[in-house]
Design a protein around this ligand. Sequence first.
Ligand code: ADP
Length: 651
Amino acid sequence: MDKHIVKLLLVEDDEDDYILALDYLQEMASFTFEVKWLSDYQSIINALQTESFDLCLLDYQLGGHTGLSVLEAAKAMGCTTPFIMVTGQADEVLDAKALALGAEDFLVKSEINSVRFIRAIRYALARKELESERLERLKIESDSRAKDRFLAHLSHELRTPLTSIIGYTDLLLSRAELDPIKPELSIINSNSQHLLALLNDVLDLSKIRENNLSLNKDWFSLSPFLAELQSLFSMAAAKKGLDFIIAAEEPVPERVFSDATRLKQVLINMIYNAIKFTESGQIRVNLSYQERAETGLVFFSITDTGIGIPKDKLKRIFKPFEQVQDVTTRTSEGAGLGLAISASLIELLGGELKVESTLGVGSTFSFAIDIGAVPANLVPLNLETALICQQQNLSGSLKLNGQVLVVEDVPEIRTLLCNIISATGVTVTSVADGQQGLALLTDNQHHFDLVFMDLHMPIMGGRDVVVAARRQGVELPIVALTAAALKGSEETLQAIGFNEVLTKPINTALLQACLAHYLQPQKMANQVQNTHEQQDQQGKHILLVEDDHDARELMSLLLKSLGAKVHCAANVEECLTLFSQLDELDWVILDLMLPDGSGVDVAKQIRSQNPEQKLVIISGYEPEPELLVSLNIEQVLLKPVSLPDLRALFT
Ligand code: ADP
């Protein structure tokens, strides 16, 4: 409704009264009235049905009809126009009836003076405005709920098949007999991972737009946090021949109060971009600290020596789906969502994302985060120690079989390597120079399954050892360990006989991945004799409720590989039947969306029958926290569900 132009329907069968009303209306300087004057019942009803009015002044006397019957008919049609009833004389019964039928006010003609009339109109209009605002708000809320429901549904629908694609290709990739088609399998796998990342981005963006993204702030230490990023990207940077440095020239807070997951998401996106758009030089993540208005700010800048961004595009890249469309930079990776999400996340973290860039020279993305308080102490950033701690703090989940030889002259690195490798269950032999290494290899080549070889060693370097060993027919996989991963050096090393190259500082995850690639998992090697893990799960009864056939088969396969006994149900009915037949179920794993009902209702029924039953929900979207509390759900597994997720469930 326009504030100044008011569309008014004047229902009046007396011309004098009509003119009087017009006079009063003209006195209201702040409004301009667009008046429609009607006195015949049918045309009034038609007008109310086909046009929209901001206000109706309704005379009670209307020939064969009354104002009340107009009011009644209008309300029955769902008409939201406010009505002011006007009558010749005071009548309490009529007054009450009109108000009961929804009239805003009741005016008696003889008592009308301009003040009373104007006030009644003002109030009616103000109420109409409030009502419109309320309806608008309700509509926005319901639209947003509908959108949330749609996104939750979409997310679920997409994650379910992705579970099967990623899960099955993971399974196939671990089978040695499929080595010849692994490149193709890896393409399927990495593309589905990409699709999943994209889906997560779209959901994040939608949450940000709806102001629905809440942060999860807690205290955490900066050094291990950054060491993880260092490990994550050092290989990718080294592969492109780029230096990757995370540093702080001055002391920074040791602990900060922020959302570590979201901050990591932002930094990963920016470092990933920096590496993607840089062909030579370096990527530098710089940290600094400043105290401001009783709080601390940690500044991050990510500088690359890459292609840069044209000036006119700088503002646009923070918008969703924007990419600098240049054939040389256009890649199939990325959808242009990363920076839009990062910019919003940084805002939530208390800062603002800025970018400076020169075409052909490089770009710097910078921002600050509010760390919640002035820190107790500032310390020099020490990633070396953090990296070593990270490496020693191995997750014991990877269990392998085999014999590994480590040839490394630096005692600390040798010990570190032996620790990481033996934590996987593998037997390690280590020697301190190339000559001893070569002797062991040529004398006992069938004793070992894999060799890690340093390049720079006294007496005999790794390169010479490999050349000599290959010449003597040693066919074992040999992995080079090098501190300098210069562009092209990997190819050279492979040409002289190394199978692979790992750069120092040793990245635990990459080392483990390398071990897993060349060695047999314990489970496969000991198919008859169960591992402890399997023994633990032996006999655990699980009711798995999932309607998607492929996802159900995969989850059942994964659960069985953990030694569990799995009972499958594809819908609510099957689930409840099985639940009543099977006693002593250790877990019920329940999909939230089922064809014949909702997983939430099933969970409620299960709870009412057995309040102690352990329940896990698998879902394509994050369910409402209140729902989980009310159903006393042990855990939610977000699709795609992987073997480590399921394993973690039992430990
Ligand atoms: P994506 O990388 O998925 O395309 P982003 O939102 O992360 O999406 O980035 C948007 C665009 O900004 C990129 O496509 C690229 O054109 C440009 N861009 C981002 N970071 C850099 C960088 N470090 N150097 C050059 N261009 C960049």
